[in-house]
Write a protein that binds this ligand. Structure first.
Ligand code: ADP
Ligand code: MG
Length: 701
């Protein structure tokens, strides 16, 4: 759409003017012709049929009726007056009512002449009544070409107050289409449109505003949605292509001694096929000379850590250092211990760097990193501090991406003159379609199977009334040598109250499970890191049987002997949190249990969440439900949600279209990476115009 006219200030559209232009800008973000053209209706009202008054139902629906005003009167009320008309057709009578501009209507309404009225018919005082109906004389109504389906545009209170009604917007859009519709250029290649049977751009834009029929509307919407999704995918894929070409990565060409020695002699278990496949994918990527930017998705407990270790060994085999960044101190420590135990036999030096590492321990570590004596570093955000410098950081692995800010990721890039390879591991599965839109420029590997021998966790939902039975069950499990988590919600808004709940819970559990027979640990965010660590370790070593905690244990903690997860006030947790928490058990060979405790009164959403947890252990399925309940914005955090605010498509409802769009974008780029074919000029031009948009994406990854 090169037409300069589309960039015309909306002020100049007939009937708009400076005042309303300002209002449109403020309220709807409409500044130009183009903005208005792309201001799509929220919904449509089907005016393709008329109702008689006898046919009206008490449904509160918007209806269209033909009849005559036979009587008009002003009725005094306690609060002001109203103008009331008796409206009649051959089947009955109803009332029309005006509260505002009564004189104006009184002067203009014609008695005894047929009108077409439209509005919501409410049942009131024994008859139907319509307040401030849209109305037009039947004689005029018949002269005009009718819109079968009337668009309803977004509106705001201010717009309404200032007289910018839906009807006015319709007039403006009609005017706009009259002026510019012949300048609406096609933006999808002909071959693609033919293959997918998509209607042309001009037709689509006209029909989406003023549809001739439901069918034509659906086709117009499909076309516009496809286009929107297609170009986002093009932008993401082009970015990926450019990154692979431009940013030289460190080539990890050797699969050398460390990797092989570890793989052959020190693997603690056989890798699952899924793990093997993923390692292969990553290896190919690391060896390709392009910088890797890969997302590793795997459900809780699918075994991502060992994959990380193998990648770190690959880095070392090629003479590079690597680091693993975890979101919490506890998790960093746990990773450190796990990785150290695994690679110690190979004589590899691993360091742990977190906020609580003392200065005197920190200094030698920083030196060892800088002169290359230390090959692997595990830690928290502390790794990102500027004074942490590597000799040659070749690979950075980020665990549990949900807690890791984008800006922080960017800081990893600054550790070298060239960016290290990046592997982001996510613990919570991201629905495929979301992953496609948010991380569409990253390569994705998925570990889609759990290690063998795992028994699926059994999940039940219990209420406070069942508490004694639950305690009895815990006693049984502990008697069999198992350990138990009891988790309490903690959110900032109700922190004080939540801590009280936690402490009350801790006390009551300590009473139910008295010393010396039982030992109970407690871990929460207000404790000092070393106390937390001490308590964690007691639990890890099996010295305590019960761990009472807030969600600090949510991510990553691995205690295979723990077999019961009790979640208190489970209705207050989000689905992904519940899933994460449940993932803390079921790691050993024993049957594990998750007990969701809640009150009796539950909101619909809370009930759906708990039912979903009871029904399935599949993280991807849970993620899909979560997406439907919360919408993409909430699910991914505010920073990223902006990118999902599409004009017409919807990443949840239009999943099929999104997949199709990605598929065709991939195909097109594969066949014609430079977009040089004449049929692809359209795409090239459009991409150039999307520059601004692409910069927004750059910020993300
Ligand atoms: P996550 O993907 O949640 O980070 P972890 O890497 O912590 O999972 O692995 C979960 C548990 O499964 C750990 O105890 C780990 O040792 C074990 N594990 C991982 N892979 C395998 C495998 N292939 N066979 C058996 N156990 C495995
Ligand atoms: Mg993990």
């Amino acid at each position: 759409m090169q037409a300069r006219e589309l960039h015309t200030d909306i002020t100049y559209l007939k009937g708009v003017g400076p005042g309303r232009a300002q209002l449109l800008g403020r309220e709807l973000g409409i500044a130009t012709y183009q903005d208005l053209l792309y201001c799509f209706p929220n919904r449509y009202i089907d005016k393709s049929r008329f109702y008689t008054i006898a046919e009206l139902e008490r449904s509160g629906a918007d209806v269209q009726v033909v009849g005559k005003i036979i009587h008009l009167k002003t009725v005094e009320q306690k609060r002001g007056k109203r103008l009331v008309a008796t409206f009649r057709d051959e089947t009955g009578e109803m009332e029309l009512v005006w509260f505002r501009s009564q004189q104006w209507f009184r002067d203009r309404l014609k008695l005894g002449e047929p009108y077409v009225i439209f509005g919501r018919a409410n049942w009131y005082n024994g008859q139907f009544s319509m307040a401030h109906p849209e109305m037009e004389l039947l004689s005029r109504f018949e002269q005009q070409a009718r819109l079968h389906m009337q668009p309803v545009y977004p509106s705001t209170e201010k717009l309404g107050q200032q007289g910018v009604t839906n009807r006015l917007i319709i007039q403006w859009i009609a005017q706009l289409l009259k002026e510019v519709s012949d300048q609406i250029a096609e933006t999808l290649p002909a071959s693609l449109r033919e293959e997918l049977g998509l209607v042309g751009k001009q037709e689509a834009l006209i029909q989406v505003h003023f549809p001739d029929s439901q069918h034509k509307l659906a086709r117009a919407q499909a076309r516009l949605k496809f286009e929107e999704l297609f170009y986002i995918q093009m932008a993401l894929l082009l970015k990926q292509q450019q990154r692979k070409r431009k940013i030289r990565g460190f080539a990890f060409e050797n699969v050398g001694d460390y990797f092989n020695a570890f793989y052959e002699n020190h693997l603690p278990f056989e890798l699952t096929d899924a793990q093997k496949r993923v390692v292969k994918e990553i290896r190919a990527d690391l060896g390709s000379r392009a910088q890797m930017n890969r997302l590793l998705q795997g459900d809780v407990g699918s075994g991502k850590t060992i994959v990380a270790v193998l990648c770190m060994l690959l880095a070392l085999d090629n003479g590079y250092q690597s680091c693993l960044v975890a979101p919490t101190e506890i998790l960093a420590q746990q990773h450190y211990q796990a990785v150290k135990a695994l690679v110690d036999p190979l004589g590899i030096r691993v360091g742990l760097l977190t906020g609580s590492v003392r200065e005197k321990d920190r200094k030698p570590m920083l030196e060892a990193l800088e002169n290359g004596e230390m090959s692997m570093l595990i830690g928290t955000h502390a790794i990102l501090e500027q004074r942490v410098r590597f000799q040659n950081l070749g690979l950075a692995i980020i665990d549990e991406q949900h807690r890791f800010g984008v800006a922080q990721r960017a800081r990893l890039w600054k550790k070298n003159e060239s960016p290290p390879h990046i592997l982001v591991m996510t613990a919570t599965p991201i629905p495929r379609t979301l992953a496609m839109s948010l991380y569409g420029d990253l390569d994705v590997s998925v570990i889609d199977a759990l290690p063998p021998g795992r028994k699926p966790v059994r999940t039940v939902h219990r209420s406070d009334a069942d508490r004694l039975r639950v305690f009895a069950f815990l006693r049984e499990e502990i008697a069999r040598g198992r350990q138990v988590y009891v988790v309490y919600p903690l959110i900032q808004e109700s922190e004080a109250l939540d801590y009280k709940d936690l402490m009350d819970g801790f006390e009551s559990i300590s009473r139910e499970f008295p010393q010396p027979e039982y030992q109970v640990s407690i871990v929460h965010g207000q404790m000092k890191p070393e106390d937390k660590e001490f308590e964690m370790q007691r639990f890890v070593k099996g010295q305590t049987q019960i761990m009472v905690a807030t969600t600090v244990i949510e991510v990553g903690v691995d205690v295979p002997n723990a077999s019961v997860m009790v979640i208190e006030s489970a209705e207050r947790f989000g689905l992904s949190q519940l899933h994460q928490l449940r993932g803390r058990v079921g790691r050993g060979a024993e049957q594990s249990y998750c007990i969701l405790m809640s009150g009796k009164a539950l909101s619909d959403d809370a009930r759906t969440r708990l039912e979903t947890m009871v029904r399935t252990n599949d993280g991807f399925e849970i993620a899909e439900v979560d997406l439907k309940l919360r919408g993409p914005g909430d699910l991914m955090g505010t920073q990223q949600s902006g990118l999902l605010s599409l004009r017409i498509a919807d990443v949840v409802r239009d999943q099929d279209l999104l997949r199709t769009a990605r598929h065709y974008a991939q195909q097109l780029l594969k066949a014609d990476p430079e977009l040089g074919a004449s049929d692809h000029k359209i795409v090239r031009d459009k991409m150039a115009r999307m520059e601004v948009f692409r910069q927004k994406w750059d910020y993300i990854s």
